[in-house]
Design a binder for this molecule. Structure first.
Ligand code: CUV
Ligand code: SF4
Length: 641
């Protein structure tokens, strides 16, 4: 059993782990310790459960079977398993995108209580999609945009509309030549599920191409479409101040924790928490306090400044404070363990989606049409549970910290326009050329109960900042950086002098001593914002994204979605680091295709796109490797090393 300080570097979480142990409550960290003896075949990706002839596993030391019963070898099995993983990630994101599309469509047809919040973004999408907006009302334009989005789940030929809308032409041409362009999200996902099934695709190279197609589905039908239409519905984020860590839970308030992903739900919960404020007062509370966890937390933080309690690995711990009255979830990254922990307190865990239920939770179905009804019920349930609190068991860590978030592309260009009205990217690019900003690294992904929470995420970021690398963060990794001050003006303490100077100059434009050196760009689907920023810089320089001195890093990965996002960045030629080993070691072909340099091993990612996968558990070594890659790309671009 690891000690609390070996499980997380977050003091509040450590304190709650101690409390949980005192009260005999098990958390994911305990279960991770108990599951420590992991199956080697699974770890290397050579276990196949594809049919009832198996499960088959390929020997790792050459002394056992080299083939499954059907004759599949390690290369096919590893590639098929990886495809299945990427499909899970892409399906999660594409379903997210589709839900948002349907919400928008219902909203503009008067069938759901949501309104257009960002008309400017709507019109820019419409024009990008080739929609003639002449004579159309705003709602009619939105309807056309939504229908274009829906086509990406329906059409039988052509290419995803959102890919054509968002990707760089030159890169698209590369994908076309390789034959990996996706037609429609559902079709590609179904095709991929079929091809990895027993008796279908056994060619590892062909399977790798299948992975790339699904990665593009993830990027466009998942990430980009979700962010774009969420911005239309709920507004594009702007710089916002808020707070992080378990100390944001307030004893005197009714506390509602929102967890999951799609803001269609969390936005309504926030709205109804405000509407029912008076009723909370009547119960003797000071109000209703909504706190976020994981990506739902990111969504409402970015647009509403709602504070964030914690991230993935410690999602059960807010409940251990004894002061969370309701935990409401939608989908993805929801630990079933939540209801076990909640069962030891007065907390209601509320599931909301017909296809995501958890034994022990209360199910209140949420759909866009009945959004107000459901959100009201959810908040009322929290008010109800508030009255059942056991005061004696409440203990809330005091620790909390200030953070600035809301770095959408709109926010960033708006800010830079104060320096250069006509060519806002000029100051940023100039700083990159001079080396004041040596490069940009996207610090993304998760935390994982197996590894020390927040440690690798923050260590990689700090090392890079010291070397003047600007960090842009999303997902639960962004939470890690925020929890440790890297997303506040004080974060410049960790910076090299060049980066510090740039952040101080930019901070001056918004009356802050400095801009945080790690920009919070949102949830996991908001990796699209990072993509958009990189494309803007690349277009400005007249090059492909693959040539920029940038990289992505996910030091504490856990979810298939993170693997899908990483694969998506690889298709753009961006180097991707992961700090938890993906299960591909059992196939030299697959691991080399991902990790070897151009010319080092047959066909590799680097050869095809210009970036590769870096697997490195040690955060300092990882940061050094990323710097070395950035250095290389700087040189190739003719920039100082
Ligand atoms: Ni979407 S995928 S843990 S970072 S929510 Fe956080 Fe977020 Fe899950 Fe990984
Ligand atoms: Fe074994 Fe082949 Fe069936 Fe997989 S698909 S379980 S390798 S027989």
């Amino acid at each position: 059993m690891r000690k609390p300080e070996e499980r997380t570097i977050d003091y509040g979480v450590q304190e709650m782990l101690v409390k949980a142990r005192e009260e005999g409550i098990e958390t994911a960290f305990d279960r991770a310790d108990a599951a420590n003896n992991r199956c080697k075949f699974g770890m290397e990706g050579v276990c196949c459960k594809g049919c009832l002839e198996g499960p088959c596993r390929i020997s790792l030391n050459g002394k056992g079977p080299a083939l499954g019963v059907c004759g599949a070898d390690a290369d096919s099995i590893v590639a098929r398993n990886l495809l299945a993983t990427v499909v899970e990630g892409a399906a999660s994101h594409a379903e997210h995108g589709r839900e948002v599309v349907l919400t928008l469509l219902k909203a503009v047809r008067g069938q759901a209580p949501y309104k257009i919040a960002d008309e400017e973004k709507l019109y820019s999408l419409a024009s990008g999609l080739g929609i003639d907006t002449d004579g159309l009302t705003v709602n009619q334009v939105a309807e056309q945009v939504a229908l274009k989005a829906l086509e990406d789940f329906q059409k039988q030929e052509g290419v995803l509309n959102w890919l054509k809308l968002k990707a760089q032409d030159k890169t698209v041409a590369k994908w076309e030549k390789l034959g990996i362009l996706p037609v429609n999200a559902h079709l590609e996902i179904a095709k991929a599920v079929k091809r990895q099934a027993m008796g279908c695709d056994a060619d590892p190279v062909n399977l790798l191409k299948g992975i790339l197609t699904v990665a593009l589905v993830d990027g466009y039908s998942g990430l980009h479409m979700s962010t774009d239409l969420q911005d239309v519905l709920f507004g594009s984020p702007q710089l916002v101040r808020s707070e992080y860590k378990l100390g944001v839970i307030k004893r005197e308030y009714v506390n509602i924790m929102v967890h999951g992903h799609v803001p269609v739900l969390s936005e309504k919960v926030v709205e109804w928490a405000q509407k029912l404020h008076g009723e909370a007062l009547q119960l003797g509370a000071k109000g209703i306090n909504v706190v976020g966890v994981c990506c739902s937390g990111n969504e409402v933080l970015m647009r509403r400044g709602i504070p964030v309690a914690t991230n993935f690995a410690s999602q059960e711990l807010p409940i251990v404070t004894g002061a969370v009255d309701a935990a409401v979830v939608d989908a993805q990254c929801i630990m079933p363990g939540l209801t076990k922990v909640a069962g030891c307190y007065h907390t209601a865990v509320i599931t909301t989606m017909p296809y995501v239920k958890i034994p022990g939770a209360i199910h209140i179905e949420f759909n866009p049409r009945a959004a107000d009804d459901a959100a009201e019920k959810i908040v009322r349930l929290a008010l109800d549970r508030y009255q059942q609190r056991d005061e004696a068991r409440i203990r809330i860590p005091e620790d909390k910290i200030e953070v600035y978030a809301g770095f959408s592309t709109k926010q960033i260009t708006g800010l830079l326009q104060k320096l250069n009205k006509e060519r806002p990217l000029q100051p940023l690019v100039e700083a990159m050329e001079k080396g004041d900003i040596y490069g940009i690294v996207a610090l993304v992904g998760c935390t994982n109960p197996r590894t020390k929470q927040d440690w690798a995420n923050t260590e990689v970021a700090k090392y890079l900042m010291r070397n003047n690398v600007l960090i842009v963060g999303t997902g639960c990794a962004a939470h890690s950086l925020a929890k440790f001050g890297l997303m506040s003006p004080q974060g410049v303490e960790y910076c090299g002098s060049g980066l510090r100077r740039v952040m101080e100059t930019l901070g001056g434009l918004v009356d802050l001593p400095a801009l945080p050196p790690a920009w919070h760009m949102g949830s996991c689907v908001d990796n699209s914002r990072i993509d958009e920023l990189l494309i803007a810089v690349a277009d400005y320089l007249g090059v492909e994204v693959s040539r920029l001195p940038v990289a992505a890093s996910s030091p504490e990965t856990h979810h298939p979605k993170a693997i899908a996002i990483g694969s998506y960045f690889l298709t753009q030629g961006v180097d991707v680091h992961v700090g938890v080993k993906p299960p591909v070691g059992g196939s030299e072909l697959v691991s080399k295709a991902l990790t070897a340099g151009a010319g080092e091993y047959g066909l590799t990612m680097e050869e095809l796109f210009g970036g590769k996968l870096i697997v490195e558990e040690d955060p300092v070594l990882a940061a050094q490797k990323l710097l070395e890659r950035i250095n290389r790309k700087r040189k190739a671009l003719g920039l100082s090393a």
